[in-house]
Every structure is written in structure tokens, then in C-alpha cells.
Design a protein around this ligand. Structure first.
Ligand SMILES: NC(=O)N[C@@H](CC(=O)O)C(=O)O
Ligand SMILES: [Zn+2]
Length: 428
């Protein structure tokens, strides 16, 4: 007994064509893709002409468990992922305790098996406790199943420690995933350094705090042969550095968030920094930076979209701008936002956007995902491109309400998500 998806259109990611094909799922895998499938022995779902896409991958998510369950849990975070069309998320280790030991990596896998609504691939920390002082047991983390190492949330300040981490990671074929931030340059900043921070009298984080660290780490990656993956790129000079590294054939990849593609620091200017739901790290920057990120995504310098889903409690986000924590939720709204703002406006074709959520992250992290052909894992999402919905707190499955996009009306919402053959989200 399997499941046949009828009356859907499968998006061909090479040509952009929408093909009237049916899919038979048996167990965890795709058993058949054909114009017509005999459904006599199977359950069927009528997709009402909606579009079938490979399940999305998000390589930058904060699930907050263990330790910060008031912000999010593996259960709520993966439910949000499924609603957003995601079937795989990579979770960040800045939990409490930090994911810096094989036992904690096994904990994430076990918890996901019990409560998860998508595949969760954990990153392990580069340094114990993300304190930047002592390397973790990187080989032990790899054996426990990490897909990369990162101290996301903070930058690794010590160049010699980073060099050592990259040497080890290169030998283990593990990506080194960097939160690029020179703390000395970033000081105690709470927003982008520039005209707006000056007007508001708030301490700024210069783009240089990001780009200087990326420059260092590109050189270290060249020195060690490590695969360097740059998290949440946000600054024009950073994009140029990655472009240059790629042109020289270095193993350097990067991701960009929907908020850095769509917003500028004007959102803080307009609200006089009265709303910490506009506060994120790296900060939302200038129009020049935003356009550089967009151009980087279009020309392939930036490999993929990642949400940097970073839930916080409403109480935390009600604090004054300077003391509230950084971060936005993003899993449930990323695809509709970018479909509405980039595809419908003609910046890029739909299938190109979909690649940045599917085949590109799969390829960069060497995951056998992102393709809907026979024998592959049945990870997919069905998207209704036409129905408009307004982003409201009530509908969100994440515990977080911290997004600057609240109240925005967008289209391109998932109506069905299937992870390893199992329905993980079904909605309107
Ligand atoms: N992006 C954020 O603003 N915050 C993240 C940390 C991070 O991704 O750097 C968090 O953990 O809250
Ligand atoms: Zn980060």
C-alpha cells in the first residue's frame, strides 16, 4: 500500500517546465513517476493542480533544544519547518549545553526521531562551549553524525585555533561553517554601523566586522584545504570576497537569508529602533549591501537561501533595542516571501529560486536530497502559488513571533509536505 499524488504538476528544475506527472510513494521512497499511475491498491491525494517541488533544505536553523525550550523545541521548530515546505534542516549548536560532544549530537537525533517533523542534521561546535578557547573532539562529532562544525552565534576570534580546526575538518572532509564576526570591530553594536546608527545614537556593527573575518577565513581555507561555508552573508564587500575566492577555485560556499535580500536598515530608521523584532545579527544593512546580496544570489556567488531561523520569546524581544537578543524566525515564511518578492517581480525564474532551496544546499553539503526521481527519498512539498495569505502570529507553528515581516501578505504557501514518505504538514 502506497500513496499516489494525483493532479499535481512537477516543476522541472532544469527547464522550468511544469509537467503533469503523478508520483507513487512506497515506504520512504519514490517508487514511480509517470503520467498515469494505477492507484487501485493505494491511497491517493488530489493536489488540485498545485506544484510539486523537492522538499526544501535549510542549512541554518536554531532549534534551541536542549536548554532554551521557551524559545523553541525540536518538536515546534520542525513543525514550523514542515509548514514552510522544508524536509531537512541543519541545526545550530548554540544551545545550552552547546552541541560540543558526541552525546549531545546523539540526543538531537533521538529527540528528532521521537518528535521531529523533518530530517534534522546537527552541526557540532568548533570550540568547547563555543567559548573560542579549546577545540572540540571534531572526529568524535563526525562519528556521531554532524554535517559540519560551527560556533554560530559567535565568531572564532583566534586565528591559530581556527587554522587548527580547519586542518582537522579538512582531513575529515567536514565543512567549516562560519559566523564571521570580528568582535573587536563589532564591539557592542546592535545594528548596522552607518548613517542610521549615528542618527539614533546606537552603537553600530560595521560591515567590516564580517568581511574582515571572511577574508581571514578564506586565506585559512586556502592554507588548509578546508571547505569553508560562510553563514548569513550580509555585506557587499563580503560577497565580493566570496566571488573572488570562487573564481580562484577555492572550496568556499555561502548562504543568504530572506531578510538580507529584502530589507534595509530603513526598517530601524522608520521605527526609531523602538522594536527589537527588527534586530538581527548580522544586522540588516544598506540598499547597496542588499543589492550585492541579490546580485550574488543571481550570479551563483551565493549558493543557497538559508533562513537563520532564530526564535526568541516575546518577553525577550520586548526589551529595549540595545539589550534584546538578535534574531528572526523564518522557516514558515521564507519561500512565500521570496516567491512573492523575487519571482513575481521578475528578478529570477521560479525554478532558479527553487534550486537555491533544494539541489544547491544538497550539493554543497553532499546530501542525497533535492531530486524527485525514482528510488530517491520521498521528500517533497506541494505549493499553492496563487492563494494570498497574511503573515500572522496565530498561524505560526514556531514559538517565536519575532519577524519584521509580520502583517505582510504573500503567496506561494506550502499546502502539503512529505518527509521520508510521511505527511508532516497538510494545510490550506
Ligand atoms: N542570527 C541571529 O540574530 N541570532 C542567532 C545567532 C546567529 O545566527 O548568529 C541566534 O542564535 O539567536
Ligand atoms: Zn550566525
Amino acid at each position: 500500500m502506497g500513496l499516489v499524488l494525483k493532479n499535481g504538476r512537477l516543476l522541472n528544475l532544469e527547464t522550468g517546465e511544469r509537467e503533469a506527472l503523478e508520483i507513487l510513494i512506497v515506504g520512504e521512497s519514490i517508487a514511480e513517476v509517470a503520467e498515469q499511475i494505477d492507484a487501485a491498491d493505494h491511497e491517493t491525494i488530489d493536489l488540485n493542480g498545485n506544484l510539486i517541488l523537492p522538499g526544501f533544505l535549510d542549512m541554518h536553523v536554531h532549534l534551541r533544544q536542549p536548554g532554551f525550550e521557551a524559545k523553541e523545541t525540536i518538536e515546534t521548530g520542525t513543525a514550523a519547518a514542515a509548514r514552510g515546505g522544508f524536509t531537512t534542516v541543519a541545526c545550530m549548536p548554540n544551545t545550552r549545553p552547546v552541541l560540543d560532544s558526541p552525546e549531545l549530537i546523539r540526543y538531537v537525533y533521538e529527540k528528532t526521531a521521537q518528535e521531529g517533523s523533518c530530517t534534522v542534521l546537527p552541526y557540532g561546535a568548533i570550540t568547547k562551549g563555543e567559548l573560542g578557547e579549546e577545540l572540540t573532539d571534531i572526529a568524535g562529532l563526525k562519528a556521531a553524525g554532524v554535517i559540519g562544525i560551527t560556533d554560530d552565534g559567535v565568531g572564532v576570534q583566534s586565528s591559530s585555533l581556527m587554522r587548527e580546526a580547519m586542518r582537522t575538518a579538512a582531513a575529515l572532509d567536514l565543512p567549516v561553517v562560519i559566523h564571521s564576526e570580528d568582535e573587536d570591530l563589532a564591539k557592542d553594536g546592535c545594528m548596522n554601523e552607518g548613517v542610521v546608527s549615528k542618527r539614533l545614537g546606537l552603537p553600530g556593527i560595521p560591515g567590516l566586522a564580517e568581511s574582515a573575518m571572511i577574508a581571514r577565513d578564506i586565506l585559512l581555507a586556502e592554507d588548509t584545504g578546508a571547505h569553508l561555508h560562510v553563514c548569513h552573508i550580509s555585506d557587499a564587500a563580503s560577497v565580493e570576497l566570496v566571488r573572488h575566492a570562487k573564481s580562484r577555485g577555492l572550496k568556499v560556499t555561502t548562504e543568504v537569508t530572506p531578510h538580507h535580500l529584502l530589507l534595509t536598515e530603513a526598517i530601524i530608521d522608520q521605527t526609531d529602533a523602538s522594536d527589537a523584532n527588527m534586530k538581527v545579527n548580522p544586522p540588516i544593512r544598506t540598499e547597496k549591501d542588499r543589492l550585492a546580496c541579490l546580485q550574488g544570489l543571481l550570479d551563483g556567488t551565493i549558493d543557497m537561501v538559508a533562513t537563520d531561523h532564530a526564535p526568541h520569546t516575546e518577553e525577550e524581544k520586548q526589551r529595549p533595542f540595545q539589550t534584546a537578543p538578535f534574531g528572526f524566525v523564518g522557516l514558515e515564511i521564507a519561500f512565500p516571501l521570496l516567491y512573492t518578492e523575487l519571482v513575481q517581480t521578475g528578478h529570477l525564474p521560479l525554478h532558479e529560486l527553487v534550486k537555491k532551496f533544494t539541489v544547491n544546499p544538497a550539493q554543497v553539503f553532499k546530501l542525497d536530497r533535492g531530486s524527485l526521481t525514482v528510488g530517491k527519498v520521498a521528500d517533497l512539498t506541494v505549493v499553492d502559488l496563487d492563494t494570498e495569505r497574511t503573515i500572522t502570529g496565530e498561524e505560526l507553528k514556531t514559538k517565536g513571533r519575532n519577524t519584521p515581516f509580520m502583517g505582510k501578505t504573500v503567496q506561494g504557501w506550502s499546502v502539503l509536505t512529505i518527509n521520508q514518505g510521511r505527511i508532516t504538514y497538510q494545510g490550506k
